[in-house]
Write a new protein. Structure first.
Length: 487
């Protein structure tokens, strides 16, 4: 795939061709035929060129003069007009006094019907002669009303802790590795960073399909795959160091999921063999242990505070989200939380309250301790479906509702709120258009790449555009470079 760069003409040779180099840089450089250079060009002119890079180097496809920027004065020019200016004047129509306009003469006051004297009105009877409405408070019968629903007073709110920060890795380490590579190898390294070795193989297959459709010869991708495998260890180390540096910068507020993933990634053989990662890996392991202890203490404190003020649903949800799997739940706190939950599941509680509490209690460590005395007095269809769905986890609750639980029934999963983000991409459209294939947020070289959470951290330049032609014509010139990259 071609790209556009600014080049500087450095000299003109006797055969008519020109030498060039990238503007403001030493490389890339090369020769360009005089037929591509615009007429009137001279040495040291900076032009806009369309170039294409491959294993043989960079060649110029087309050259055009750069666009000239017009100077902005920031002033608006007022152009006078020779036409005379006729202002718009509004004149209101004048009403003649006393004639009332076109409505005609008003009728005289004496022509009104005689209403008699001012004080004479029709006899409406005494005030007490109104139709009998009964005593005040007695209204027409509107039918029997059911008992009023019990009013639920929400407990006071709890202050929310700030959300942990997700790791946003930079590109300093990866860019340094790419800068050390020859220019022809950078697209291959970028493809390895993007999707690993499978992405390189997929790019080679795509290029071969395009070559066959165009009537060209296929390339042999063995050498390119070998080059990618040789670059893979250095790229994995650089990628891990970028993520480790980002986590270290926010170590006190970093999300434990990201920190745990980075620490686990340090056990990769390519990262373990590199001496530059050992000190960082030990530091992050120590930080992870300290953060787990701190988060566990805060987790228990939040559950106790929510239980004490009556935020039962919040306490149950927090109890099902420990900072580390396998953390033992304290028995005194479990007994207090179970007692609060049983108290909330009273007969007077509405069905909606029962549904919320049961959904939270079914996935908490105290679900077996929750034993309501009787079902809700208001059993709705939604409450019945909830009890039937959560029956495998809470059979003691299903029993009081008369629901039979199948012993072989699978355990249900927690309900997830539907996403309402209108800007999220449509997966079906991405699959049809071919976008998102070969993207990976994991370390380079994974066999099964997954979708990347940070698209800005991926190099999206396709390797197929940097590898035109056949491999046989370039294998001899790149063999020495391949061995150097492997070292």
């Amino acid at each position: 795939m071609s790209r556009r760069i600014d080049i500087e003409l450095t000299s003109k040779r006797d055969d008519g061709s020109w030498t060039w180099r990238a503007a403001g840089a030493r490389e890339p450089k090369g020769l360009v035929d005089d037929s591509l250079v615009p007429t009137g060009s001279s040495v040291k002119d900076v032009l806009r060129a369309e170039v294409e890079s491959d294993l043989d180097g960079t060649r110029v496809l087309a050259i055009q003069m750069p666009k000239q920027r017009t100077a902005r004065s920031g002033l608006l020019e007022l152009i006078p007009s020779e036409k005379s200016f006729d202002p718009v004047v509004q004149t209101s129509a004048r009403r003649e006094k006393g004639n009332g306009g076109d409505r005609g003469p008003r009728r005289e006051r004496g022509e009104r019907r005689d209403r008699g004297e001012r004080g004479e009105r029709r006899d409406r009877g005494e005030r007490g002669e109104r139709r009998d409405r009964g005593e005040r408070g007695e209204r027409r019968d509107r039918g029997e009303r059911g008992p009023r629903r019990p009013r639920f007073d929400a407990p006071p709110e709890l202050p929310q802790r700030p959300k942990p920060k997700r790791v946003r890795p930079g590109r300093a380490r990866r860019d340094a590795v790419l800068a050390e590579l020859p220019e022809a190898h950078r697209p291959i390294a970028a493809k390895v960073l993007d999707g690993g070795i499978p992405a390189v193989r997929a790019a080679i297959e795509e290029q071969n399909r395009s070559a066959v459709s165009a009537g060209q010869e296929k390339i042999e991708g063995t050498g390119l795959v070998q080059l990618a495998e040789n670059l893979l260890p250095r790229l994995r180390v650089a990628d891990w160091l970028d993520r480790a540096d980002a986590a270290k910068a926010i170590i006190s507020d970093v999300d434990l999921r990201d920190l745990r993933a980075i620490v686990i990634g340090a056990s990769d053989p390519a990262i373990v063999r590199d001496e530059s990662t050992r000190a960082m890996a030990e530091e992050l392991k120590t930080a992870l242990t300290a953060r787990l202890e701190e988060e566990t203490k805060l987790w228990l404190d939040d559950i106790k505070a929510a239980t004490d003020i009556g935020r039962v649903a919040r306490a149950l949800k927090l109890s099902s989200q420990p900072p580390k799997a396998g953390v033992r739940f304290p028995a005194p706190l479990a007994a207090a939380l179970a007692a609060r939950t049983t108290e909330a599941l009273s007969m007077d509680a509405p069905a909606e309250r029962w549904i919320v509490i049961l959904e939270a209690a079914a996935f908490s460590p105290v679900r077996s301790l929750v034993k309501p005395a009787a079902p809700s007095s208001e059993v709705s269809a939604d409450l019945t479906r909830t009890v039937m769905r959560l029956g495998p986890l809470m059979p003691q609750v299903a029993a009081i509702f008369g629901v039979q639980v199948d012993p072989k029934a699978p355990a249900p999963r927690p309900l997830r709120a539907p996403r309402t983000d209108k800007n999220r991409p449509d997966r079906k459209k991405l699959a049809r258009s071919g976008e998102g294939k070969g993207r990976s947020a994991g370390r380079p070289g994974d066999r099964k790449p997954t979708a990347a959470p940070e698209a800005t951290d991926s190099v999206t330049e396709p390797v197929t555009d940097a590898l035109p032609g056949t491999l046989e014509s370039a294998s001899s010139s790149t063999a020495e470079t391949v061995e150097t990259a492997a070292d």
